[in-house]
Write a protein that binds this ligand. Structure first.
Ligand SMILES: NC(=O)c1ccc[n+]([C@@H]2O[C@H](COP(=O)([O-])OP(=O)(O)OC[C@H]3O[C@@H](n4cnc5c(N)ncnc54)[C@H](OP(=O)(O)O)[C@@H]3O)[C@@H](O)[C@H]2O)c1
Length: 273
């Protein structure tokens, strides 16, 4: 079955479930992405800092699937922020990916102390105007960073990709996204594996005859999040996409949501530079 699509504020659509490749070693990336494409995924989330853009592109070519049928996201690394350096980094990413148009480009972190995310986003807007990027957005942006960006450029990012899972539910950000029309994309959707043996999650999974990962991915889908679980393990890649034939009840959604305790796995975006 195909992933549902989420409509973005620029008119484009993104498949709601994609494959993340953070910490997927380059040597494993072609196989992981090929497995995903074969299972029906049409969305891959990489970043220049992951060091596997070339392998993502290689898998895409080897799959024989038309370029326009697969949604590719990559991210601009912190050291490349700034107008001219962004244009150069974008060219390098595109060359590694072996494509001539990117679906979604994200500023990986706001790095507020550097104060360069506005000029970086202006370069994104320029590339968007040229038709070289279909959608532009941020990652790890807090509400105040979104407001600065929008006030300075008049452009509302299409997507903000943030750490989000039942432990860190990002209520304030999701509310800001809803008001601004920004799609919420969840990284570490499985808590980087840490949530998979939580007794609340395993109890719900047992009740549906599903895996804990499938139940967590459903929780994201039903909240309306774009979700990009990562795995290098073929059976997991396949089963993580087999999530479109069941629905969690309100009660089970609430029981998973009761796990919220604010645990953050990654750095704090307000201080990470
Ligand atoms: N924007 C950002 O700053 C940022 C930061 C981090 C991540 N991301 C993006 O978000 C994606 C997902 O986040 P993440 O990789 O940090 O964490 P995640 O998807 O929450 O968890 C990945 C971990 O869960 C394991 N796993 C996956 N499916 C499983 C299953 N069905 N059963 C058991 N274990 C399973 C994986 O193991 P195996 O691989 O060994 O199977 C891996 O250890 C990343 O790949 C990346 O694309 C973005």
């Amino acid at each position: 079955m195909a992933s549902p699509l989420i409509k973005l504020n620029d008119g484009n659509s993104i498949p709601q479930v994609g494959l993340g490749v953070f910490q997927t070693p380059p040597d494993d990336t072609v196989r992981a992405v090929a497995t995903a494409l074969d299972a029906g995924y049409r969305h891959v989330d990489t970043a220049s800092i992951y060091g596997n853009e070339a392998e993502v592109g290689e898998a895409l070519v080897e799959s024989g699937i038309a370029r326009d049928d697969v949604f590719i996201t990559t991210k601009l690394w912190n050291a490349d922020q700034g107008y001219d350096s962004t244009l150069a980094a974008f060219d390098a990413s595109l060359q590694r990916l072996g494509i001539d148009r990117l679906d979604l480009y994200l500023i990986h972190w706001p790095t507020p102390a550097k104060n360069t995310f506005v000029e970086t986003f202006k370069a994104f807007a320029h590339l968007h105007d040229q038709g070289r990027i279909s959608s532009i957005g941020g990652s790890n942006f807090e509400p105040e960073h979104l407001r600065i960006l929008i006030d300075a450029t008049g452009i509302v990012p299409a997507v903000n990709q943030v750490e989000l899972n039942p432990r860190l539910q990002q209520e304030e950000l999701r509310e800001a996204h809803a008001q601004l029309g920004i799609a919420t994309e969840a990284w570490a959707p499985l808590g980087q594996g840490a949530l998979l043996d939580d007794p609340t999650v395993t109890a719900v999974a047992d009740a549906y005859g599903k895996t804990p990962a499938q139940v967590l991915i459903r929780w994201h889908i039903q909240l309306g999040n774009i979700v990009i679980p990562k795995s290098v393990t073929p059976e997991r890649i396949v089963s993580n996409f087999d999530v479109f034939d069941f629905e969690l009840t309100e009660q089970d959604m609430s029981s998973i949501s009761s796990l919220g305790d604010g645990t953050r796995l990654g750095p704090d975006p307000r201080t990470f530079n």
